[in-house]
Structure formats: structure tokens, C-alpha cells
Design a protein. Structure first.
Length: 479
């Protein structure tokens, strides 16, 4: 081991010795010649000694990022995922330098790096395999650097430069319909401070609304509403409350705007007007068959009733939600909470529908079953189960029925096992069958059924001795 270390040390000393021995001019010539042939080595020099590059910052960093990406190109200039990881590592190293510049109070350099990474990655993205999201992460990290600069910098000239660059980026189709677009808009609309910045933001919004009006369907509605909200945000920031209020009142179909007015009416004690706005929203959503919005606004109405301690109105809207949402247990519990324990025992049968094993579409009403379990109404639960005692239903509810209906359950299970063995086709079915047999063993009187099934096993599994052995072993354990 000592000899090996000694040998390695000599080799190490050899190349180090060469570096410190050869004339400086020869070393420079070697580095220049080697870098011209090896793109990766050239990139290492660019990244490590970027401070010594006297090229203009913007051009310099675009060149570095481009150099990092270009060597990764494969056939037809497509950047494969394997080589892509090396490019990503190099660019991450450059972004680390940007954070260092920011910490040292050199935000201009940090911005140029971030801008270069965004621009060059966006340009290269169509030719890269970004299935892992690495390129998107580089762009997002670069935006984070820009956000931090805008939050910290008091340099108006730098801020103006950044905002001009951001506006130019917003015209780049590479950002459209991506998280980048949302990030860009968030920076501009949330971090605009000066009159010039806010004015630019308004111009951008107005332009985007005009563009959105040329679209159709949901895209049109979504984009117009989005930019209307941004506009109100900016007007409030400028303290132009009257102008913002007019936009809100003219666009109450935007949920956030309606919510603003509702909260204002509640704060002023005008509950009736708040209720009117919510009921109007419910009606509009219902007419548009927007089930999710109907539910949202009904829940909002109930929240208002609860806030006003209006139990009767709250109970009415909760009952409506309970029925229209398929007897959801969540709304059932909310409804129950509006009664005292004594009141509930007298009133509950008014709200729980009669049991049926089929909702009309061939599915079992599990939501209703949950309610019967909640209320310990095992008789009503059993009425549903016995109408459709298939394997899944039995496994789901026998635990709640075995004490009162063991004889019936065992009959259902025996029938289910015999039927199931006729259609078994794979290993997964074996596990289900074993689960069925284990369930039978937990029901009073189950051992007798297991014995009967065991006697019939050779006929049922004569061509599957492996299954027979597994089940025989299981049955012996149960015995």
C-alpha cells in the first residue's frame, strides 16, 4: 500500500512539476491550442475566469451559455439527455457566480448572467430533451435572481434596464402558455414601483386584453379575466380606487371582484346585499352548468350564514349541498352539527334517503353506506348489501354487519367464493380469494363454512395443485 501511494505521489508530483517548471509562454500556447480543440475545457476556462473577460457583459455571458450548450449537440443538432446533464451543470455553476455577484453588491453582472441564461436556454429549448425539467429549472432560477435584484436595487437606471428587458421577453413566443409567462407577469405587476414602470405595465395589460379579445372560448375568457385582475391590482397600488372600483363593478363575473364587493358589504353590515351577490353567482354558475362554481358559491353562502349565526338558513343550504353532491358524508356531518343530539335523533330520518343497492347507474351507493355506518343503522346498511352481495361489497361492509347478520353474510361469502373460483385467472385473484377466506374466519360460525369449502376444494382446484396447497395450508392455520 505504501508503494502504491508512493507511486501515485510521484505521478502527481510529475504533472504538477511540469506546470511549475515549463516556461509560461509554452504553457499559454498549450492551453490555447488544447482549448481550441476541446469545447469542454474551453468552457471550464470561460466559467472559471469570467471576471477576466473584457467583452461586454451581455455578449460575454451569452457566449458562455451558448458554448456550454453547443458541445452537447448530437446528430442533427439535437441535444440528448446524457450530454444535456453536463451542460446543465456548467450553467448552474454560472448561476452560482450570479448569486456571488449579487452578494458582493454587483447586481449588474448578476442580471446579465440571468438574462443570458434565460435567452440562450429559451433559444436552445426546442432542440433539447427537457423531460426532466432541467432547462425549465435553469430559467426559473434565473428569474429568481432577477426578482431578488429588483427587490434589493435602488438603482433606477438598472431597474429601468431590467424592466425594458422583461418587456422584450414578454413578446418572445417561447414564454407563451408556460410558467415563464406567469413569472414574467408576476415580476412586472408586483414589483413595478415607479410611475414609468407602472405605466409600462398598464400598456402591456391593455395590449394583452386587446389580443385576448381576438381569441375564442375559454382561452379568451381566461386571459381577459387574468389581465383585468392585474389592472385592478395596479390601480389600487396607484391609489386610483374609484377607477379600480368601476372595473370591479363592471366585471363582477370575475369571482375575485365579486368577492371584494361581498366582503365590503359584510364589513358594512349589509348582509342582504352580500347574499344577493352570492345568489346571483349561484344562478349564473347553474345556468352555465359550472358544477364546481355552483358548489363553491353555495359553500360561500353557507359560510356567510354561519358567520351571521343564521342556523335555519345554514341548514337549508347544507341540505341542498348534501343532496346535490350525492349524499356526501362531509355535508351530512355539517347538517348534523346544526342540531342538538336530542333534536337530531328526532329529525335525522327526514334527511337520510331510503336504502337502495343501485343508484340507477349500476354502482353501489357507498356514500349512503357511510351514513348508515355513521349513524349505526346496520339494518338499513344490510338491506343495501343483501341486494348486491358481490365480493367488493362484502369485503367493504361485513365488518360492520358480522355481529348482527353473521348467518346471512356467511351464505353470501360462500356463494361469492364458489362464483369467484370459476373466473379466477391470475395471481392477483389468488390473493383476493385468500382475503375472502380470512374474512370468513372472522365471522361467527365461519369455521363451518371453511370446512365445507375445504371438502370441495379438490373439485374446485383439481387442475391447480399449487393453489390447493396454499389454501389447504391457510385453512389448517384457521383450524
Amino acid at each position: 500500500m505504501t508503494d502504491n501511494n508512493s507511486s501515485a505521489g510521484k505521478q502527481n508530483a510529475s504533472w504538477r512539476g511540469i506546470i511549475y517548471t515549463i516556461p509560461e509562454e509554452q504553457l499559454r500556447e498549450f492551453i490555447e491550442e488544447y482549448a481550441s480543440r476541446d469545447p469542454e475545457f474551453r468552457n471550464r476556462i470561460l466559467l472559471h475566469f469570467t471576471e477576466y473577460d473584457k467583452t461586454g457583459s451581455a455578449e460575454k455571458y451569452r457566449t458562455i451559455v451558448s458554448e456550454c450548450l453547443n458541445p452537447s449537440s448530437g446528430r442533427d443538432d439535437y441535444i440528448d439527455l446524457h450530454d444535456d446533464s453536463r451542460a446543465i451543470d456548467s450553467i448552474n455553476e454560472l448561476l452560482a457566480k450570479a448569486w456571488t455577484f449579487l452578494q458582493k453588491g454587483i447586481p449588474e453582472e448578476a442580471f446579465e448572467i440571468a438574462a443570458a441564461v434565460i435567452s440562450e436556454c429559451l433559444k436552445a429549448a426546442p432542440l433539447m430533451d427537457d423531460s426532466g425539467g432541467e432547462v425549465g429549472s435553469l430559467i426559473n432560477d434565473s428569474f429568481r435572481i432577477i426578482i431578488k435584484i429588483l427587490e434589493q436595487s435602488k438603482d433606477d437606471q438598472l431597474r429601468q434596464k431590467i424592466f425594458n428587458w422583461l418587456y422584450h421577453q414578454m413578446d418572445d413566443p417561447g414564454h407563451e402558455n408556460s410558467s415563464n409567462e406567469e413569472i414574467l407577469e408576476g415580476i412586472i405587476f408586483n414589483l413595478s414601483e415607479t410611475a414609468e414602470e407602472i405605466s409600462k405595465a398598464h400598456r402591456y395589460i391593455d395590449n394583452q386584453i386587446k389580443k385576448a379579445e381576438q381569441l375564442d372560448g375559454l382561452s379568451k375568457e381566461y386571459r381577459i379575466k387574468k389581465f383585468m385582475k392585474y389592472k385592478v391590482h395596479l390601480l389600487i397600488k396607484e391609489d386610483k380606487l374609484e377607477e379600480a372600483g368601476k372595473i370591479i363593478d363592471d366585471n363582477l363575473e370575475i369571482d375575485e371582484f365579486r368577492e371584494i364587493r361581498i366582503n365590503e358589504y359584510i364589513a358594512e353590515g349589509d348582509t342582504a346585499e352580500a347574499v344577493r351577490l352570492i345568489e346571483e353567482a349561484i344562478k349564473t354558475a347553474d345556468e352555465g352548468k359550472m358544477t364546481g362554481k355552483v358548489r363553491y358559491w353555495k359553500e360561500r353562502l353557507n359560510a356567510l350564514y354561519e358567520q351571521q349565526e343564521d342556523v335555519e338558513s345554514s341548514r337549508k343550504i347544507i341540505l341542498d349541498l348534501f343532496i346535490t353532491n350525492g349524499y356526501d358524508i362531509v355535508y351530512f356531518r355539517k347538517l348534523k352539527s346544526t342540531f342538538t343530539d336530542e333534536e337530531w335523533l328526532k329529525e335525522r330520518d327526514k334527511f337520510i334517503p331510503e336504502p337502495s343497492a343501485d343508484k340507477g347507474d349500476g354502482t353501489f351507493p357507498h356514500s349512503l353506506a357511510k351514513i348508515f355506518i355513521e349513524e349505526r343503522q346496520t339494518e338499513r346498511l344490510f338491506e343495501m348489501v343483501k341486494q348486491k352481495p358481490d365480493v367488493n361489497i362484502l369485503l367493504s361492509y361485513s365488518e360492520h354487519l358480522k355481529d348482527d347478520y353473521s348467518t346471512d353474510l356467511l351464505r353470501f361469502y360462500e356463494r361469492a367464493v364458489r362464483s369467484f373460483t370459476e373466473s379466477m385467472s391470475g395471481p392477483g385473484d389468488i390473493h383476493i380469494l385468500i382475503h375472502l377466506l380470512k374474512k370468513i374466519s372472522t365471522i361467527p360460525g365461519g369455521s363451518e363454512i371453511l370446512s365445507e369449502l375445504k371438502d370441495d376444494m379438490p373439485g374446485l382446484f383439481g387442475d391447480r395443485p399449487d393453489i390447493l396447497n396454499m389454501l389447504d395450508e391457510l385453512l389448517n392455520e384457521e383450524g
